[in-house]
Structures are given as C-alpha cells and as structure tokens.
Design a binder for this molecule. Sequence first.
Ligand SMILES: Nc1ncnc2c1ncn2[C@@H]1O[C@H](COP(=O)(O)OP(=O)(O)O)[C@@H](O)[C@H]1O
Ligand SMILES: [Mg+2]
Length: 339
Amino acid sequence: MGGLLVEMEAISKDFPGVHALRDTRFELRAGEVHALVGENGAGKSTLMKILAGVYRRDAGRIRVKGTEVELASPRAAQLLGISIIHQELSLMPNLTVAQNIFIGREPHGRLPFLLNERALNKQARALFESMHLKLDPETKVAHLTVARQQMVEIAKALSYKAEVVIMDEPTAALTETEIDELFRIIRKLREDGVGVVHISHRLEELKRISDRVTVMRDGQYIATLETKDASLDRIISLMVGRTIYEAAPEIPATAHPEVVLEVRDLNRGRMVRDVSFSLRRGEILGLAGLVGAGRTEVARAIFGADRADSGTILVHGRPAHINSPADAVRYGIGYLSED
Ligand SMILES: Nc1ncnc2c1ncn2[C@@H]1O[C@H](COP(=O)(O)OP(=O)(O)O)[C@@H](O)[C@H]1O
Ligand SMILES: [Mg+2]
C-alpha cells in the first residue's frame, strides 16, 4: 500500500433538521480498497459526496496528497483525480459507450458538431484494454446491463486520470457473476495504485474485496480496522452500537383474527430462504433485520417485482399466482419501495 491520498478531518455537515455528519474523519491510501460501512443514514454517501465536490462541508479539513484543498465542485474534485460513481448511474442511454466517456471533450472533426467517432472509439478501446475489459465502444448505453454501465462509469473515471475512485453501493443491482467482474476491475485499480472507496450494504463482500474498513454511525466516525483482523460480528456491533434492543412501549393487539396474507416457504436467490409468515387484517407486521438481511428481497418477491423461485403465497386463504407487480396489484397488494 502506498502513501496517503486523502485525509478528511473533523468534517461536519447539516441538512435542514439533520446533522448528517458530525466531526467525522476518513483516510485513503494509494493502492487500497477501503470499505465504508454503516447503517442506512449513517452519512456514508454524504461524506463521499463532500470528497467528490458534490456537497460543500460546513466544517473540517480535506487534504489530497498532503495539500489542503477546497473541492468546490465535482469538476474541481475531478481535476484533483477524485471520481465518484453514484448509486444512480448517470450515463446518457442514447449515446454510445465512447460518447458517454468523452462527453464534453470529444476530438472534433473539421466541421463543428461533427464528432470524430473513429478517434473517440479508438481512445475508448485503448482504455478498455488497459482495464482488461471486453466492451464495444460503439454500443449504445441503453443496450448495456447495469453492471456494464458501471464499467463504463469506471472507465470514464479512469479517463480523467482518477487516483481516487469512490463507488457508492455499486453491487446493489448486480448479479453474482457481475459482482465478480466488478471486483476483478477493482483489484486491477488497486494494483495500479488507485485508492478505491467501496460503500456496500453487503458485509460479506467487504471481506472479499477490502483492505481496511471504516465504520460510521449516526454521522460519526466510529473506527477504522484492517479487514483481515476484523470479524463480521465486530463490524456489525460497531455499526449498530450498543443499544440494539430498545424497550418500546407495549402496543395493544388490535388485529382481527382473519389472515389476509400468508407466505409459506418463500425462496428467491441467495437472499430469501424459506420465509414464512402470516399477516392479519388490521395488523402492522414488521420485518426486522440488519441491512442486507433480505427484507426488501422478501417484499419484492411477494409483490412479483422479482420472481420467486419457490413457495406459496395465499391471499385471503387462496393461493395467489403472482408473476408480476400487475398480478400483485390485482390481488390488492401495494408496494412502497424504500426510495
Ligand atoms: N440532500 C439531502 N437533503 C437532506 N438530508 C439529506 C440529504 N442527503 C442525506 N441526507 C440525510 O443525511 C443523513 C445521512 O444520509 P446519507 O449520507 O445518505 O447516509 P448513508 O449513505 O450512510 O445511508 C440521513 O439522515 C439523510 O436523510
Ligand atoms: Mg448512501
């Protein structure tokens, strides 16, 4: 591992009514993959958006390779070699891969507005070769999977000579094969001395890919550990703090005995295994678990947003055949997603 690329100290940031970050710090070395973990709302994205020039900090200092910097805009961060790949990808679907990478700085042909496509594609091809990535620069982005789009975003970051690449939950929408490919690229970046920040909900992943892990909770810095010395139990307990179980006031049971929804042995991929429960009329049923436990996946499978592998869903006691959200709606099921 190389020298210090980034040092963030005493960073604070408020949004109206929220202390998103309080006196937080973070450090990134050249050639390391640094996982940033914490429960939803811990402040991970906000901290990294400050590093990428998307948000301005209210207080604190940031040094890049030892020099104090302002990071007033994404462009300013980019010029310092800092690139962020957001959770929501930001490519133009109707442009080609190469056009997306070089947008705004295309080598022009003799006529204005006439792009020199050949030069663009050639540059993109060279970039992909350096990443050992098989990707056709002339494909329209709309035809790529989310994983491939992410590769394009990474290539774009590298085309700006990024030394710091921040990935905000890059694996959330990827299949396992796609995650393998992403990790191969991340390892290649590490070999080339790039510092990578990896934000993920999936804790077993950080064991596979990261060198160090920083834990945040409630906008605060909690700890930085060498991944090889940190058990998942230890990381989880740092994430959730000590007060895991808070006594809540007893809520009187008001539910009607009638069961409106019953789920039996629902299975879907690796995340949902043999889930069974029943929901009564007038009842509010909580699905509890840590991030990554599969709660959303259960809801999506019931709603038909993802097709269940096996299991039975009964609505008002009768088996329901739900293969799509439209089917679920016909059975009177609604779904509000977390975002
Ligand atoms: N643009 C924003 N406006 C207002 N509040 C925000 C904004 N972005 C984040 N927050 C709040 O700041 C806190 C930290 O959020 P975030 O950095 O997104 O956490 P994480 O990425 O760890 O889930 C949360 O309480 C969130 O609701
Ligand atoms: Mg986030």
